[in-house]
Design a protein around this ligand. Structure first.
Ligand SMILES: Cc1cc2nc3c(=O)[nH]c(=O)nc-3n(C[C@H](O)[C@H](O)[C@H](O)COP(=O)(O)OP(=O)(O)OC[C@H]3O[C@@H](n4cnc5c(N)ncnc54)[C@H](O)[C@@H]3O)c2cc1C
Ligand code: SF4
Length: 567
């Protein structure tokens, strides 16, 4: 394994994209990924045996293995401590990698080829133009061709309508909101989710086909559970949910120029300082997560795509120059969870049936956008995950709170015991809404290094986040809009969980453009070191899901990098 021109650290939301783009431009690229690779026959038992070292051909992708390893058992896939999609080494008998965070909540990221997109729900909205123009160092117009390229490659489609989407649209319409007909969102309204999920298979209503048969055909089966990783499709590169391990990774391998090495944790960026080049990256030091052996690998360019916590951590652990914005400014969409419980008799005239069955269909098939405030999304999680989301609250136990006259909710706080049981009994008649706030950047939030605690990869990150007053005000307004939408749709009981600040699912902006990287995503202080993950976002994009923008930027960065260093 030698003679690579570019090393990419991380094969997740951004890393897989830049690897494919650079490979198509003829560069030799090595992708180093800390976690396992599911669905590659060189690693048939990725969680218990070390397998091969690397793979550089799509012939290694194995659909049978992919389907065996990605199943619908929630704990097996999504348990944050022991699940296949945890943040930890491939060997599941070992502990996950530690982050020091004292907030209540969860930091939900995954290691492995595909990164956190393995578990994501594939929503692909563009940023709100108002969050970019005259705010970012680049304009919204500059992003559009790159959005279009990613939308075509994944590809992005509008989510199908199942019962939960129909009910969401019904409530939004009754609450006075209008349908948004464009991808570029300039005013509030509702719309089907643009997502990276293939449209439903045409045979979906053919009763002569079993679910198993349908699962081997191309297209979404609307079977739900997208968060567990999608096992539906005829081959790895045609799976219905287009996480990067099944979309960009096969395309990267097909270029013949990209080699991916899982189980390789980068512990240091190696630099040199010369008169002609100044301080510049020349390679990386890695640690094999199975053997513990360390190795130095060299390339002309290094791209960090290790996510918004690990990229700054790696910078700091590598002793790179001081910068008061490295690791700082973390935004997280200060999320919340509002649920409406409906009665059968009220659902029948709207849906034609008495149940919503929220797990059916794309997990987040409908959304309401509100530039200036953020976004609301319908969420149909499986029962275990739904119950766990009722259990994390800033308000403490629900029995502590009686609603006031003007409160839009009937229950606030953490459900437990009989109340949780009663709520879960109504699971099939529940519509959940995820609140995603246009979160304000604050330099005090973010990643620093713990001065004392180390793991095998270096000093561990300390993760801190407190919303600003402005973010809190916006979230409260969105919670009210969500409650009103549910009430207008006919919900009889509204539950406001009031999530704590530490529910981290959309982590962004810790290596901001204009402060840590320039507008082409090369770091100001270390030449030939680029970043291609969520951390380069200047802000929280107005509150919309971050990955499409990361992927558009990664596509643009590949172009700029080649222009500067390989022309
Ligand atoms: C449940 C869930 C649902 C989500 N749904 C959506 C959604 O619908 N739409 C959306 O836009 N976003 C969604 N997200 C967020 C989305 O997953 C992230 O925005 C996206 O994956 C971020 O891409 P990234 O490249 O920054 O990081 P990641 O995808 O996390 O990739 C980073 C990769 O780098 C690897 N890595 C880290 N450190 C090192 C190191 N030192 N050496 C080697 N490798 C390393 C990691 O193992 C990982 O594979 C969701 C997240 C979760 C948890
Ligand atoms: S609903 Fe989700 S998991 Fe099921 S087939 Fe469609 S994309 Fe895959």
């Amino acid at each position: 394994m030698s003679n690579f021109e570019v090393i990419v650290i991380g094969a997740g939301g951004g890393g897989a994209v830049i690897a494919k783009e650079l490979g198509e431009k003829g560069l030799k690229v090595l992708v180093l990924e800390a976690g396992p690779w599911y669905g590659n026959k060189k690693w048939p038992n990725p969680n218990s045996q070390s397998g091969a070292e690397s793979s550089s051909t799509s012939d290694d992708l194995d659909v049978v293995l992919h389907k065996q390893l990605l199943n619908k058992f929630e704990m097996n896939m999504n348990d944050l401590v022991t699940g296949r999609f945890r943040w930890g080494p491939a060997d599941r008998s070992r502990s996950q990698w530690f982050r020091n965070a004292d907030q209540k909540g969860v930091i939900w990221q995954c290691s492995g080829v595909g990164g956190t997109t393995q578990a994501y729900t594939a929503n692909c909205p563009r940023a709100y133009p108002a969050a970019i123009d005259n705010v970012w160092p680049i304009s919204y117009r500059e992003l559009i061709p790159y959005y279009e390229k990613v939308e075509e490659t994944l590809p992005v489609n509008f989510a199908a309508t199942t019962a939960k989407e129909e009910l969401f649209y019904y409530g939004a319409k009754k609450a006075g909101w209008h349908l948004i007909p464009t991808l570029d969102v300039t005013g509030p309204g509702y719309r089907p989710q643009p997502n990276a999920i293939l449209p439903p298979n045409k045979n979906i209503t053919n009763l002569n086909l079993s679910e198993e048969q349908l699962s081997w055909m191309e297209g979404c089966t609307l079977s739900g559970h997208c968060i567990n990783g999608c096992p539906h499709g005829p081959s790895v590169d045609k799976m219905a949910k287009r996480s990067t391990n099944v979309s960009y990774v096969p395309l990267a391998l097909k270029t013949g120029n990209v080699c991916i090495r899982p189980n390789a944790f980068v512990i240091k960026i190696v630099t040199e300082n010369t008169v002609s080049k100044g301080l510049h990256a020349v390679g990386v030091k890695i640690r094999d997560t199975w053997t513990g052996e360390q190795e130095e690998l060299r390339a002309e360019i290094v791209v960090m795509a290790s996510g918004s916590i690990e990229s700054p951590r790696l910078w700091l652990n590598s002793g790179l120059p001081d910068n008061q914005w490295v690791g700082r400014g973390l935004v997280n969409h200060y999320m919340d969870w509002v649920s409406g419980i409906f009665e059968e008799k009220d659902l029948i005239p709207i849906l034609g049936t008495s149940d919503i069955n929220p797990f059916v269909g794309n997990t987040c098939g409908a959304r309401m956008d509100y530039p200036g405030l953020g976004a609301l999304q319908s969420v149909g999680m499986s029962p275990g995950l739904t119950a766990s989301f009722y259990a994390v609250s800033e308000s403490g136990y629900s029995f502590l709170h009686t609603p006031g006259m003007n409160d839009p909710w009937d229950i606030r706080g953490r459900l437990f015991g009989y109340e949780l049981k009663e709520t879960m009994d109504a699971y099939r008649r529940t519509l959940n809404i995820l609140v995603s706030t246009d979160d304000e950047v604050n330099q005090r939030n973010g990643i620093t290094l713990d001065p004392l605690i180390r793991d095998e990869n270096g000093f561990v990150p300390v993760v801190k986040y407190q919303p600003t007053k402005q973010s809190s005000r916006k979230r409260s307004k969105l919670v009210k809009i969500a409650a009103e939408l549910l009430r207008k749709a006919g919900a009889k009981k509204i539950i406001w969980t009031n999530w704590p600040t530490g529910m981290m699912i959309h982590i962004e902006s810790t290596m901001r453009m204009g402060f840590v990287v320039d507008q082409d995503c090369e770091t100001f202080q270390v030449k030939r070191l680029y970043i291609a993950d969520n951390s380069v976002h200047y802000n929280s994009l107005g509150g919309v899901n971050p990955t499409l923008t990361t992927q558009a930027l990664a596509t643009r960065t590949a172009e700029k990098l080649v222009e500067k260093y390989f022309n």
